[in-house]
Design a protein. Structure first.
Lengths: 281, 429
């Protein structure tokens, strides 16, 4: 159960980061609690406390919820992204043959998982911070709840990323076709020629990773947020915890995305070791 | 978030922090570009035109990214500033590069510049660490120029070839000039020689023409001589053919004689060899005698050469004695009573006798003087050593002495030759 602060309930909603001095040990402790939460969630899956725990059922429920709330937002965001990339590829570079690669490869390689991760961080924070406030931190129930949500987010991340890529690519072609007369083969030939295997792999890996880290932060914030007696104070703490989870999740997503790019793309052509084999032929 | 963290959370947090730090370090290394986990080596390349190359620009080989530009600075080379670009390439690629590696800066149509390793080189010497390469200058039109075979590598080869040709010309030109100068000098000398030899050649040609004419004129005689020779030859052949039996008999006789001699030699070989030895000894003694004769002759010639004057004087004395003897005979013939013991010469006889004696003395002195003069002349003709100079001095003194006596005697002789008065004094004194 989240901690209760009586003084906060009577004094009104507390500022989002009030009462939290900047303490290196606190930051290290925060990171430690995150790691312990993830391990406890994994332990709860591998060693269920009691029989009958429906991990898969709960995971499916959470997965459904995430998709239901995430797909509209991801789709809408990638409509803008696809159309913008398509037009900028032409008007910025005057390069018709580059519209397909810029839009498609750009979305799959970087933008789609990135934007999906941001959206997923918001959705997860909005939902899980409030849901997990009732659970007691460190309990088996809390661990099971976190485990199902982490698994759901790890699955929803790649699915939403693919969904966003498909929406963006389709919208990109439509815009190119409508505004510049680009044919379907002209759009997709160069796009498919320049698409690497590592791009697809990255879409999946980054989608899963972004979902996982965003959900982990949201669950931790939900479990550790103070519970107030008043609804307003509670809402305020939910709000501040969720914001903190989204910001920290976004920061972690950017860090993971940059690391993936450096390790897989920037440092991994033919003359250097790479995690993935570059395309042959 | 709870304000207080448990010890367990702190420990786990530390592990997470360490892991994140390692990951960030790895990402920082990955920021260096391709092959960030491999050994890398830095290569410096000088370009006249950097074409906007920047740190972080790509380094490609055969169009494939292989490294990064680490730094771009200005370096003064041969009095001009050049862009010195420091490349970071994998060590295995750098180890394959040679001293004549070709590296160029390429600009794309989008404005991006990158370094392109055109070729690793064909030299046998590998690129040594620290060596600064000279980059190949390129232009935006290189892709088009490459289609016609004038890419940066080809242009670099052409410029290198031109440089070598120029250097060869610079090395060879002084020698060629020297050779041309020598040829000119030789030609001038030949011209002078030909000018000097031409008259001789012309005259020789004229002489050859004259000789040819004379030969042509003499050709009938030559032909007649040849005809005579032919006739003579025919006669000889005829004689030989007629006398062939005789010749054969002669040859047979000679053959018999030679066989006889051979028998004699075989029989008397010992005697012949003994005879030959004696002949050899005789020949040796004859050689010795000839040698001694030569020595005697040489000595005699030397004696005669040295005593020529004495010999001549002796001959002269003998001649004088002979003349004196002849005159004495004439005198005796004119007055036989001179031989008589009772003969008493008159004063006139005495005077004549004294005059005669004086004349004899005068003649002897003159002869002596003559001898001395001859010796002096003889010695003067030879190289003068100290001994010879002394002899010349002696002779000179003799000449002076004799000259004084001759003068004295000539006066007496002159007085004696004059008729005397009754008092006995010469007439005219």
């Amino acid at each position: 159960m989240a901690t209760t602060s009586p003084s906060a309930s009577t004094a009104g909603p507390a500022p989002a980061f009030a009462g939290r001095p900047l303490n290196p040990f606190a930051l290290i402790g925060y990171l430690g609690r995150l790691a312990l939460l993830a391990t406890s969630a994994l332990r709860s899956v591998l060693r269920p406390a009691r029989s009958g725990d429906r991990f898969l059922h709960q995971t499916a429920i959470q997965f459904d919820r995430l998709l239901a709330s995430g797909m509209p937002m991801v789709g809408l965001v990638h409509v803008g992204l696809g159309s913008f990339l398509s037009m900028q590829a032409y008007f910025g570079a005057t390069f018709v043959d580059g519209i397909g690669p810029v839009t498609g490869v750009g979305l799959i390689r970087n933008l789609a998982p990135l934007m999906t991760g941001f959206i997923l961080a918001g959705v997860a924070s909005a939902r899980f911070v409030a849901e997990l406030g009732a659970a007691e931190s460190g309990s088996a129930e809390a661990s099971r709840m976190v485990a199902s949500r982490l698994a759901a987010a790890a699955l929803a991340g790649p699915v939403l990323s693919v969904w966003g890529s498909l929406v963006g690519i389709a919208i990109g072609w439509l815009v190119a076709h409508q505004m510049m007369g680009l044919t379907l083969p002209a759009f997709f030939d160069m796009f498919l020629e320049m698409l690497w295997v590592r791009d697809i792999v990255g879409l999946v890996v980054k989608g899963a990773g972004f979902g996982f880290i965003a959900t982990l932060l949201a669950c931790h914030e939900g479990l550790s947020r103070p519970i107030h007696g008043e609804a307003t104070a509670n809402l305020e703490s939910i709000y501040s915890s969720a914001c903190r989870a989204v910001c920290l999740g976004g920061l972690a997503i950017l860090f993971i995305n940059g690391g993936w790019f450096l390790l897989v793309y920037h440092a991994g052509p033919a003359f250097g070791p790479t995690v993935l084999t570059p395309p042959r032929g | 978030m709870s304000v207080r963290s448990s010890g367990r959370e702190i420990r786990v947090g530390l592990v997470v922090v360490l892991a994140l730090s390692a990951l960030m370090a790895l990402l920082a290394l990955a920021g260096g570009g391709p092959g960030f986990l491999t050994d890398r080596r830095q290569i410096d390349v000088d370009f006249r035109n950097g074409q906007g190359i920047r740190p972080g620009s790509q380094v490609r080989i055969a169009g494939v990214e292989s490294g990064r530009v680490m730094n771009v600075t200005l370096a003064e080379v041969e009095g001009s500033l050049r862009a010195r670009v420091r490349l970071s390439v994998p060590a295995d690629l750098a180890s394959r590069m040679k001293e004549d590696a070709r590296i160029a800066i390429e600009s794309s149509l989008t404005g991006q510049t990158r370094v392109n390793i055109l070729s690793i080189g064909q030299s046998h010497m590998a690129l040594s660490p620290g060596k600064v390469l000279l980059g190949v200058e390129t232009s935006m039109f290189d892709p088009i120029l490459e289609q016609v075979g004038l890419g940066p590598v080809e242009r670099s080869n052409i410029s290198h070839m031109i440089g070598e040709v120029r250097q060869t010309l610079d090395d060879v030109t002084p020698k060629v000039r020297q050779i041309v100068g020598t040829i000119e000098t030789t030609a001038a000398s030949l011209k002078e020689t030909s000018d000097s030899v031409r008259p001789v050649v012309v005259s020789a040609v004229a002489n050859v023409d004259a000789a040819t004419k004379r030969l042509a004129e003499a050709s009938p005689r030559v032909e007649s001589i040849l005809a005579q020779v032919d006739t003579l030859t025919a006669q000889v052949n005829k004689s030989l053919s007629e006398n062939r039996p005789n010749i054969q008999q002669t040859i047979t006789s000679v053959r018999d004689l030679s066989s006889t001699l051979k028998q004699i030699v075989d029989r008397d070989q010992e005697k012949v060899s003994t005879l030959l030895e004696h002949a050899k000894g005789t020949m040796t003694r004859a050689d010795l005698a000839l040698y001694n004769t030569k020595q005697i002759t040489d000595a005699g010639l030397l004696m005669m050469t040295r005593n020529k004057v004495d010999i001549e004087r002796t001959v002269a004395n003998v001649k004088d004695a002979t003349e004196w003897g002849s005159k004495l005979v004439q005198k005796i013939y004119a007055n036989p009573f001179v031989l008589s013991p009772l003969y008493k010469p008159t004063s006139e006889d005495v005077r004549v006798q004294s005059v005669y004696d004086s004349a004899q003395v005068f003649a002897g002195a003159a002869e002596k003087l003559d001898d001395s003069v001859k010796r002096l002349e003889q010695l003067a003709s030879k190289p003068a050593s100290q001994q010879q100079r002394d002899e010349i001095e002696v002779v000179r003194r003799q000449v002076l002495e004799v000259n004084s006596r001759v003068a004295q005697m000539s006066q007496q002789f002159s007085d004696g030759m004059k008729p005397r008065t009754r008092r006995g004094t010469p007439v005219g004194n």
